[in-house]
Ligand binder design. Structure first.
Ligand code: NAD
Length: 364
């Protein structure tokens, strides 16, 4: 058979786990394993759907491929409130249910953290993103993804005619990713002018003090309690006058409904699939550069894969910096040379590696 005809890369497995007696419902998607066992986070969210998990698993295939990791893409969603007191119980049920699904290695995602990964470890051992005490590189505590976003911004800024030092940044979502991005970008001299969480946005064109903002978020639970700024609605963050916009919360937050209000020159996609396809096309036409999720936010999975391969914290940070900088440059060069969308350039590079690996697979 001529393997060059391979067009579809996945998903290879879409599984629903349903235990009505325990009120437990979860979804697992293994998208592609040509490059190795799939790795991807476990999202805990009340409205996560099969479609969303499929899209997120594909993003992981692309992300792991471009990042040069020996892993395919997968993802899981547990349909529950992340604050549910039965969360540990759900994770233990989930672990047992995926015990023999060797082609999927779970990691942390929205609504799950290192503690949840420790529960999976205790049940089945096969997991990444563990707490330090049991040999993990705590990627959220270390800010792996936010660090990668800042490294990505450093390379992307000149392509958007921005200087990173002094650039004004707006961040949607002040969780693990958003907080670390704020810290690492302010270390590089950028000025965070707005940040948001589910309660609202806090804005100050002169800049927010990141250390104070982190303390306020920790002590009072929301950025809106920060005193030296104006409180606005969540949605207003997207139209903040700024140079760099970082969506770092949920999917599809920039769509054709609000894309015209975006004033940034550069978007670094911290969240997975934060911009709809239509909105990405509109941004491109408006000359707003948008670095796709699976290039920009690969820091977390690179660290998770490094932990799984028993590498040190320093080796993990070096790998994040080197790979994200190299890939950002590679896709932006291709984007400008071929006058294409950054996502198309990135997908072409990621898919080529997956297809080459798939060609070595046995034809059944
Ligand atoms: P998190 O749960 O720690 O933080 C999410 C933050 O977003 C919270 O502060 C929450 O209040 C806020 N938020 C939710 N809805 C919002 C809204 N409508 N408006 C404003 N803020 C809102 O999650 P996280 O780990 O920081 O992940 C954020 C995103 O980044 C997710 O899409 C995740 O898939 C993606 N991601 C995370 C990692 C990682 O290493 N944690 C790696 C790659 C991608």
């Amino acid at each position: 058979m001529d393997k060059s005809v391979i067009k579809e890369i996945g998903p290879s497995k879409v599984i629903q786990l349903f235990f009505p007696v325990s009120n437990f419902h979860a979804i697992v998607v293994v998208d592609n394993t040509a490059l190795g066992p799939s790795i991807g986070g476990v999202r805990v969210c009340q409205d996560v759907t099969i479609e969303e998990v499929k899209r997120l698993a594909r993003t992981m295939t692309m992300k792991n491929s471009v990042a040069g990791l020996p892993h395919g893409g997968g993802k899981a969603g547990i349909i529950a409130d992340p604050r549910d007191p039965k969360k540990e119980h759900y994770f233990r049920i989930f672990s047992q249910a995926i015990k023999d699904l060797y082609e999927y290695i779970p990691g942390p995602d929205m609504g799950s953290n290192e503690e949840c990964m420790a529960w999976i470890h205790d049940e089945i051992g096969r997991v990444a993103g563990l707490p330090e005490e049991i040999g993990g590189l705590p990627l959220d505590k270390l800010g792996a993804t936010g660090f990668g976003l800042a490294e990505c911004a450093e390379i992307a800024c000149p392509y958007a005619n921005i200087e990173l030092k002094g650039a004004r940044v707006a961040i949607q979502g002040f969780g693990s990713v958003g907080k670390a991005a704020a810290k690492f970008l302010s270390d590089k001299g950028s000025i965070v002018v707005a940040a948001s969480d589910t309660k609202g946005s806090i804005c100050n064109p002169d800049g927010l003090d990141i250390k104070e903002l982190l303390d306020v978020k920790k002590e009072k639970g929301s950025v809106i309690h920060y005193k030296k700024g104006t409180v606005k609605k969540c949605e207003e963050l997207f139209s903040t006058p700024c140079d760099i916009l970082i969506p770092a919360a949920t999917p599809d937050v920039i769509s054709k409904e609000n894309v015209e209000g975006v004033k940034a020159k550069l978007i670094i996609q911290g969240a997975n699939i934060p911009i709809t396809k239509e909105a990405e096309e509109i941004l491109h036409k408006k000359g707003i550069l948008s670095v796709p999720d699976f290039i920009a936010n690969a820091g977390g999975v690179i660290m998770a894969a490094m932990e799984y391969a028993k590498k040190s914290e320093k080796e993990a940070f070096d790998a994040i910096s080197e790979r994200i900088k190299k890939n950002t440059k590679l896709i932006l060069e291709k984007t400008f040379k071929e006058k294409t969308l950054p996502r198309q350039a990135a997908e072409a590079i990621a898919k080529e590696r997956v297809l080459k690996a798939m060609a070595y697979r046995r034809v059944l």
